[in-house]
Design a protein. Structure first.
Length: 167
């Protein structure tokens, strides 16, 4: 088992920002009644307060689900080395200045009229809690330790994990 290091507030926000931006894509989960629904979403930005920003089609099912129940769960993962699970509340916004701030050329694939596309909405997620798993060493060291563990039968976990509390 790796080391446990729970972190709060500013340190938690820094960890969320670093990991969410490094991983980029998450499974964005909403609730539709009792059913949990998930879809991949690209993180556009994590601000200094730890809010996570996405662009979404204003008529999407995800937006409708958020309007009915703002509780969301974001699940990020990168290879065998980095995982982030966040719970929070989502809010749908329509602000052209924020859209321009979040915009990048790849988004035009979904919003063909660019930043002025009438279908664009913003989803702002305020995370309240979560959990992270990260490796202490780089990928090559991690793979070497995994191989050594297989050969020796001894656990050589070099991970670190902990709870995250934002507010």
């Amino acid at each position: 088992m790796g080391d446990i290091k729970d972190i709060n507030e500013a340190a938690a926000t820094d960890r969320v920002k670093d990991m969410a931006e490094a991983i980029d894509f998450c499974m964005f989960c909403t609730m539709d009644g009792q059913e949990l629904l998930a879809r991949p979403m690209s993180t556009q930005k994590v601000d200094e307060e730890g809010n996570i920003w996405f662009l979404s089609d204003k008529d999407s099912n995800k937006n409708k689900e958020i309007q009915s129940n703002p509780a969301v769960h974001l699940m990020y993962g990168k290879g065998h080395e980095m995982f982030l699970s966040l719970k929070g509340d989502a809010e749908i916004l329509f602000d052209k200045a924020i859209i321009k701030d979040l915009w990048n050329p790849h988004i035009k694939v979904w919003f063909t009229e660019g930043v002025d596309d009438p279908g664009i909405s913003i989803i702002k997620v305020k995370y309240t809690s979560g959990h992270y798993w990260d490796s202490k060493n780089g990928r090559m060291v991690q793979l070497a330790k995994m191989a050594a563990s297989l050969l020796t039968g001894k656990t050589m976990d070099d991970g670190i994990e902990g709870d995250l509390q934002n507010r």
